[in-house]
Design a protein. Structure first.
Length: 479
């Protein structure tokens, strides 16, 4: 056997045993030398299986007779281009029918006055890729459309990517957000230090609760979760984090606790009132009887009778105050300008302000609409807050700041002083019944204030820094 014959046999053997389909064609030209079809010269077993036509029906016959669909699919024109321009071409082609759904990578190369085309079945690979892309699209959709804040960060806690919800929650543009570190979102550095320790210790963070800085200077109580997402080729770890604002949930929990405490306080108050008022009434009656029976010449008795009477009255007033602070207020609501109620309340303490040489800074938003208020009840609450502020400030140095404004259908009233402030340990207990830092106080003043505000479907909160002052924020929704 000659060397040439051995080489030809080797080539044929390679073609016939190749894992992909191979077909060779030569050009069929008309009298103007234009390619009008191709004649099949060779087809290997793999190609026979792919095209579904046996070798004896392919070899010696034209491409358009045996596989007319090539014309409609654009493959015939592609093959003409390969032959005429002597350039190889690779494409991906999807064949879909009743019993098949396959992807092929088709590579055509010029060969003499014709071409050789190879078909590689890449269906499994393509399905895997497309499935991954579909998952990626779904993930992208979940990422960007989630109502919770979602972000991608690295092991240095840089915010590499954030969704729209996070941009809205924290009030940043996307580019500005990318130059921030996660630390800058924390209100308290101590919370971030605890968070950072947990992150580096466990390589993840679960259900971490912290107060974060939200948009427009607001703060919110949030739950933070971070898990590892992937690791890049250069060893950089990526993490996905989710931040859930639970401020409303926390407020609802506090409202429920407050309602339960108020209910319990009411029960205690009614029990005390019953147990104290009966003997107090008897004491008052006995005192009146005693006044009638003491001879006129015993003048020193008047002093002691007066002391007993005044203190009996004071006890009665305290019981009334206790009962009033622990029951929902009965309101006489009328559409009222909040600014006018605040000014009228301020007028009631103006003499005390002048006497102690304190200043008042007022800033009223004239665009605030009328809201349903019981003016007398609201004045009681505001005067209570004003008096607390006066008592916390130094004479000649005190500044009482009052501001109203409207934002996103919420009316805000802020009352701030530059007094001694309230410690963190006490701020959370500020509105609880019987809690007080005043000597001789009953601890019912702010409970009453909160009761009045809540009866108006409003909300009151307090913030304070020891040595700098205290601020109360009251909000009402605009219907």
């Amino acid at each position: 056997m000659s060397l040439k014959t051995e080489f030809e046999d080797l080539i044929i053997s390679i073609f016939e045993n190749a894992p992909y389909g191979i077909i060779s064609f030569k050009s069929i030209r008309d009298e103007k030398d234009k390619i009008i079809d191709f004649e099949c010269l060779f087809i290997n077993p793999k190609a026979e299986k792919i095209v579904g036509i046996p070798s004896k029906q392919m070899v010696g016959n034209s491409l358009l007779d045996t596989m007319p669909g090539n014309k409609e699919a654009g493959l015939f024109d592609l093959y003409v281009k390969v032959v005429e321009k002597r350039e190889s071409i690779s494409i991906k082609k999807h064949y879909e029918g009743e019993h098949f759904d396959n992807w092929f990578e088709i590579h055509a190369s010029p060969l003499a006055d014709g071409f050789t085309v190879s078909f590689l079945d890449i269906s499994e690979h393509e399905r895997t890729v497309r499935k991954a892309k579909a998952s990626e699209v779904r993930y992208e959709q979940l990422f960007h459309e989630s109502i919770d804040s979602i972000f991608i960060t690295n092991n240095e806690l840089l915010l590499l990517e954030t969704n729209d919800a996070m941009l809205k929650t924290f009030g940043y543009e996307r580019e500005a957000m990318r130059v921030l570190t996660f630390k800058s979102l924390f209100l308290n550095e101590e919370d971030f230090i605890r968070f950072n320790k947990e992150f580096y210790k466990n390589d993840r963070v679960e259900e971490f609760e912290a107060e974060l800085l939200l948009s427009d200077g607001k703060t919110g109580i949030c739950l933070i979760n971070i898990v590892e997402l992937s690791q890049t080729d250069d060893g950089l770890r990526l993490y996905q984090g989710i931040i859930k604002d639970i401020t409303r949930k926390k407020m609802s929990e506090r409202e429920l606790i407050w309602a339960e405490k108020l209910s319990m306080t009411g029960k205690i108050a009614r029990s005390i009132a019953h147990e104290v008022r009966n003997p107090l009434t008897n004491l008052s009656l006995a005192l009146d009887q005693l006044k009638d029976e003491i001879p006129p010449e015993v003048t020193e008795a008047d002093l002691y009778i007066d002391i007993i009477a005044r203190n009996s009255k004071r006890i009665g007033n305290l019981i009334t105050e206790l009962l009033e602070s622990s029951k929902p207020k009965s309101l006489k609501l009328t559409q009222t300008p909040l600014n006018e109620v605040v000014k009228d309340s301020l007028e009631l303490i103006k003499d005390r302000l002048k006497l102690q040489g304190m200043k008042v800074l007022e800033d009223y938003d004239s665009s605030i609409p009328l809201i349903p208020l019981d003016s007398d009840q609201m004045k009681t609450a505001l005067v209570n807050l004003f008096v607390n502020a006066l008592e916390a400030m130094e004479p000649e140095k005190g500044i009482l700041s009052i501001k109203t404004y409207l934002k996103e259908d919420i009316i805000f009233l802020e009352i701030a002083d530059n007094g001694i402030g309230i410690s963190e340990d006490n701020i959370d207990s500020l509105f609880e019944p019987f809690f007080t830092a005043k000597i001789g106080g009953m601890g019912l003043g702010l409970t009453t204030v909160q009761n009045i505000i809540k009866s108006h479907t409003g909300h009151i909160s307090a913030s304070s820094t020891v040595g700098e002052g205290t601020s109360f924020q009251i909000t009402f929704s605009v219907d």
